[in-house]
Write a protein that binds this ligand. Structure first.
Ligand code: AMP
Length: 396
């Protein structure tokens, strides 16, 4: 892998695509700076080795040019503190001012460019726009795993202007290493745990995982499509009727391959989608009309915990229930705890996808699993076996 470990950055202008797409509140204060923290190691290494660092990122989804709430200037204070230097800023990511500030930048200094998506050439992957960005530097580093599945100007197209000087930063390198550790070199037994609302977004992952895992655990809203596919009664639970056949095919594939496909035997049902709803435990395949399953039940928790605690490799994506509501969070918390326990016993555990990451953070378990992925969509596509444009562009 072309990483920053063996490259002479002395006297070089180094353009890094980072993922600074952080949440801001209405006063433009950062509410979660995980992504900024993740990027620090790469930046500091290059500064220490004599490179001048130019940072570029997107923030949010601006529609048509400049929008105050999406300006990267809101990140300057936080970033300057973390890097222990005064970070400079260019009001536009291309154009005269950016060029002038980039040219004047000295070894060890840092320049942050304004939001790339204020130009629609970014998401369109326009070559002319990428060329202008490329003109600011001698070396290009992609360290934005969260957008590696997009063929945007700054994440993929730009790489062609640096045929011999394009590298992966530590964020991407670590993500790839961790995912490969699970998908390619994972010790057995390998257990994948999938949850969340919908089967539709995850069916390709299920198919790809079935070729690799020993155990597949399915919880969350997506369980009911499988339970209905087996002939169960799911009441008013979330079901994707158009995917019943797909679910049946996945169940048969698992059987053919000898993969243990675990579905919840019991579930916490509620009379409405509300934390204050009346709720009770029921068998997952005997849910009466008017009731919906919102979490996995206690018997299921126990069974899943046993499988997880006896695993050597674990991949988790998606909550087991509506964990945002306290009354339906237990399944997700208990599964997170079982993953922590397995990790303490020596298993390698990878947690990815927005909601499972939110769940481990909420229960302060993020440092007790082996790796928490920073890129939801990108991680899922990588696991599906797809080629990510941002990764391919550096490797080519
Ligand atoms: P996803 O984006 O597909 O990973 O889905 C995450 C969402 O699934 C979370 O907001 C959960 O509240 C929701 N979810 C989990 N279990 C259920 C369930 N049994 N019924 C409805 N929604 C659920």
């Amino acid at each position: 892998m072309k990483t920053i470990d063996n490259y002479d950055f002395r006297g070089k202008k180094v353009l890094i695509r980072v993922d600074f797409n952080v949440p801001l509140n209405e006063n433009f204060v950062i509410t979660d700076d995980t992504r900024i923290r993740a990027a620090i190691a790469t930046i500091q290494k290059i500064r220490k080795e004599g490179g001048a660092v130019i940072l570029m990122s997107h923030l949010g989804r601006p529609k048509n040019g400049y929008e105050e709430k999406y300006s990267l200037k809101h990140l300057l204070k936080n970033l300057s503190e973390k890097l222990n230097t005064r970070v400079r800023f260019a009001d536009d990511c291309i154009g005269k001012q950016a060029k002038k500030k980039a040219t004047a930048l000295k070894s060890g200094e840092v320049l942050l460019l304004e939001n790339l998506r204020f130009h629609n050439g970014e998401t369109k992957g326009e070559e002319a726009f990428a060329k202008k960005l490329a003109g600011l530097a001698d070396v290009y580093i992609n360290d934005a795993f969260g957008t590696a599945h997009r063929a945007h100007a700054s994440t993929a197209v730009i790489a062609k202007f640096f045929p011999h000087n394009k590298l992966f930063g530590y964020v991407i390198a670590n993500e790839i290493k961790s995912i490969n550790k699970v998908m390619k070199e994972g010790e057995k037994p390998f257990t994948a745990i999938l949850g969340g609302a919908k089967v539709s977004g995850k069916i390709e992952i299920i198919n790809n995982l079935l070729d690799k895992v020993d155990n597949l655990i399915v919880g969350g809203g997506m369980m009911f499509t499988f339970i209905k596919a087996q002939g169960g009664k799911v009441g008013n639970s979330l079901v994707e009727n158009e995917l019943i056949e797909t679910a049946q095919a996945a169940l048969s594939k698992a059987e053919k391959l000898g993969v243990n496909f675990y579905l919840p035997s019991d579930t916490v049902i509620a009379d409405k989608f509300d934390n204050a709803a009346i709720h009770k435990i029921a068998k997952s395949d005997e849910i009466s009309d008017g009731w919906m399953g919102l979490d996995i039940g206690p018997e299921t928790v126990k069974n899943f915990q046993t499988v997880i605690e006896n695993s050597a490799t674990i991949l988790w994506n998606g909550p087991m229930g509506v964990f945002e509501m306290d009354n339906f969070a237990n399944g997700t918390v208990e599964i997170a705890k079982a993953i922590v326990k397995a990790t303490e016993k020596g298993a390698f555990s990878l947690v990815g996808g927005g909601d499972s990451v939110a769940a481990v953070n909420k229960y302060h378990l993020q440092y007790k699993v082996s790796y928490v992925s920073t890129g939801g969509g990108a991680m899922l596509e990588y696991i599906e076996g797809k080629t990510l444009p941002g990764i391919a562009a550096i490797e080519e």
